[in-house]
Design a protein around this ligand. Structure first.
Ligand SMILES: Cc1cc2nc3c(=O)[nH]c(=O)nc-3n(C[C@H](O)[C@H](O)[C@H](O)COP(=O)(O)O)c2cc1C
Length: 181
């Protein structure tokens, strides 16, 4: 693999807001992108996450959990969602977070999510990370206990026919990168 292939993958991956509702997603493919995401690194290898893949009728119901105030209407067309939950980390990472005044858990979850959406793109799928969610509604629909935290969920499916790849809008690199020696 070449770094140009990685660049192409990064430029191709985009937040999809137009899914093809008629194109179902195979359970095996959904499971496979989760398997790849779970290879992601984490502080002290604590893997403080859990993934729940939701498809079929349950996925149709789940869309309501990301649509408060009329947001994320496109989610109704997604054939599947991956619910990203906080899991149990390990003691070293928890203590390390305290000592170093940082939030390893959410960093780790973000890194794993990035692995997931890129793996999905490489598999020909499209995704949208959804942080605008109603955790209470999501828990109710999924029958999860109140203590379960859901930082975000990911809509997954096939992009609608003709949905184009947008040019990336990013801050000028000079604003977000510097190099010193
Ligand atoms: C943590 C997180 C939460 C997000 N929540 C939403 C959301 O609720 N709805 C949505 O349409 N996009 C959401 N996005 C997608 C961002 O808007 C998107 O990544 C950003 O605009 C860059 O565009 P791109 O992903 O197409 O490159 C979210 C992205 C992240 C990382």
């Amino acid at each position: 693999m070449d770094i140009k292939d990685i660049e192409m993958l990064y430029l191709h991956r985009q937040s999809c807001r137009s899914f093809d509702p008629a194109k179902p997603l195979a359970d095996e493919l959904l499971t496979e992108i989760c398997r790849l995401a779970l290879l992601a690194p984490s502080a002290c290898n604590s893997q403080p996450w859990k993934l729940l893949a939701v498809t079929g009728e349950k996925a149709k119901k789940l869309a309501a959990g990301v649509q408060d105030l009329g947001m994320n209407k496109f989610a109704s067309d997604a054939p599947a969602f991956i619910v990203v939950m906080e899991g149990t980390g390990n003691l070293t990472a928890t203590v390390g977070s305290r000592f170093k005044n940082t939030d390893f858990l959410h960093n780790d979850i973000g890194i794993m999510t990035a692995h997931l959406v890129l793996a999905a793109d490489a598999a020909g799928l499209s995704t949208c990370i959804l942080g605008w969610r109603n955790e209470g509604k999501l828990r109710d629909i999924l029958g999860l206990p109140e203590k379960v935290r859901i930082p975000h969920i990911i809509a997954v499916g096939y992009a609608a026919e003709g949905y184009e790849i947008r040019e990336k809008k990013r801050k000028p690199m000079g604003e977000t990168f510097s190099l010193i020696r």
